[in-house]
Design a protein around this ligand. Structure first.
Ligand code: ZN
Length: 81
């Protein structure tokens, strides 16, 4: 199968901001994205630990922009434990 366009140099840095659905914290997520090596990656909300998934070529980095807004300090109930 041939692609009409050349792939990106080695992937590009993707940055987006996200608000946690559970606690309202806002954070920025950075990850290398590359069509060839994108995989399902998980990252955790810095406020409550709720995990999210995205497709990226590297482990996502999370930077907290502002803390949670629900006024609590519990952790999201993660079924992985
Ligand atoms: Zn959260």
């Amino acid at each position: 199968m041939k692609n009409a366009t050349e792939p990106e140099v080695y992937g590009s840095l993707g940055i987006f901001e996200k608000s946690c659905l559970y606690c309202g914290a806002r954070f920025r997520v950075l990850a290398i994205r590359s069509a060839e090596s994108n995989r399902s990656r998980s990252f955790a909300c810095p406020g409550c630990g709720k995990s999210y998934e995205m497709r990226a070529a590297s482990e996502p980095e999370v930077h907290l922009l502002h803390g949670r807004t629900d006024g609590k300090d519990d952790r999201y109930q993660d079924t992985m434990f």
